[in-house]
Design a protein around this ligand. Structure first.
Ligand code: ATP
Ligand code: MG
Length: 394
């Protein structure tokens, strides 16, 4: 039986200079962590490609599935390994690749040799490999510009690798390579997507959720935890801090002008997030606003919210349309969870006419009616933490 190997090619980290090895080490660590349930497998790196071989060939598909959510990878495939001879390469093309081309109408062959001592040039090897396919499948067309499938033959230092089903990897930078960030995670569609996007850029994600129990249900909290566990398909684990804001909300509702309720609450969320971020060593906050989506997401409202943040607030969705966000939510599988009808913030607390252009002076004047320090320490007294792990065994 022909040996199979998973090949993973680096994404952007290929562009890194002197500290490339730091990113490389992290990528390998993340790959090994993801594969740890498989026990025995071999991992090697050469020329910006990671080669992974499970000891038992039957585990290759399982390993491949797990690795699809490892960030820092541009493309990946399951390749057949051949000896570095033309005969063996063509044998693999005929025995292993041709059966994979069933139903395929057009292809091209593309050979590369990084081992220049291999006796054929790349164009010659491409022609041979293409010819081997055509000898068994005379009906299939060669299409150099828009082939349905590209048959790759790579002659590398130890062996040749032949494959015909390259897929995109998870992209981005290796997880945890960019420092920690605190994700304000609600039960909505947007914030899980925002968390995914920053995780994909290498930010290690800690989550903070504000609940309004008993005005919101236990199922609302369970939904947030489920979203967190779904994000763990990318991050492996995630710490979630939960803070109850009910007392604070009741107090704001009692004392402040209704129009300012949302913006004042947001500013308290930011103040609490500052504290949790400092405790957890997070260098930025991550939230899921998209400009103009709702009243609290206008530029003036964002400015008044951010003026109490003590660290940068990263908003990866700020320039995206809802449709684009939904597409990503579906891609990462959080969409169906997010649309479950358990609200994270009760309508009791939602003003009918929120201020679209809140004035910071007026917001501060409203806040003067509250004992902010007491509200913050009471909220902190409700803090609980949970460590989440991935919700599926891939
Ligand atoms: P989402 O779909 O993420 O809930 P949204 O469109 O409902 O966002 P808002 O309610 O204005 O928007 O919230 C903006 C951002 O504030 C959210 O994306 C999230 O990062 C944060 N946020 C809102 N509510 C909570 C909450 N209960 N706990 C933690 N963070 C929250
Ligand atoms: Mg929401």
């Amino acid at each position: 039986m022909t040996k199979r190997v998973i090949l993973m090619k680096y994404g952007e980290l290929i562009l890194k200079g002197a500290n490339k090895y730091v990113f490389e080490d992290l990528l390998l660590k993340n790959i090994k962590k993801r594969l740890s349930p498989l026990e025995r497998y071999e991992v090697r790196v050469m020329q910006s490609t990671v080669y992974i071989t499970p000891e038992e060939d039957s585990l290759t598909e399982d390993a491949f599935e797990r690795l699809k959510t490892v960030f820092g990878v541009a493309s990946m495939c399951i390749a057949y390994q051949a000896d570095k001879t033309l005969d063996d390469i063509l044998r693999v093309v005929r025995e292993n690749i041709v059966p994979e081309l069933e139903g395929v109408k057009s292809f091209k062959a593309d050979a590369r040799r990084s081992d220049k001592s291999f006796p054929l040039t790349s164009p010659e090897l491409s022609a041979e490999a293409g010819g081997a396919v055509l000898s068994l499948r005379p009906d299939i067309k060669v299409d150099l510009y828009h082939p349905e499938v590209t048959l790759m033959v790579e002659v590398r230092d130890r062996a040749a690798y032949v494959h015909a089903a390259t897929q995109k990897g998870a992209g981005g930078m290796p997880y945890t390579s960019s420092g920690k960030a605190l994700l304000l995670l609600s039960g909505g569609i947007d914030s899980p997507v925002a968390g995914y996007m920053m995780a994909r850029r290498g930010a290690q994600i800690e989550a903070l959720h504000f609940e309004s129990y008993p005005y919101t249900s236990e199922r609302a909290l369970e939904k947030v935890m489920k979203l967190g566990r779904q994000l763990c398909r990318y991050t492996d684990t995630m710490n979630v801090t939960v803070i109850n804001l009910t007392e604070m909300q009741l107090e704001i509702k009692k004392k402040c002008n209704e129009e300012y309720f949302t913006i004042i609450l947001r500013r308290f969320m930011m103040r609490l997030a500052n504290i949790i971020a400092a405790q957890r060593g997070c260098l930025a906050l991550v939230t899921g606003e998209s400009l103009a989506q709702v009243a609290s997401q206008t530029m003036p409202a964002l400015a008044v919210t951010d003026s109490v943040a003590e660290i940068p607030v990263l908003r990866p969705l700020i320039g995206m349309d809802k449709n684009d966000i939904v597409e990503i939510a579906r891609h990462i599988d959080t969409f169906d969870t997010s649309i479950l009808p358990y609200e994270d913030c009760c309508t009791v607390f939602t003003p009918r006419h929120p201020k679209l252009r809140p004035d910071e002076q007026k917001v501060r004047a409203e806040e003067q009616k509250l004992d902010s320090d007491r509200l913050i320490s009471e909220a902190l007294a409700t803090l609980r933490e949970e460590k989440l792990a991935c919700d599926r065994n891939f």
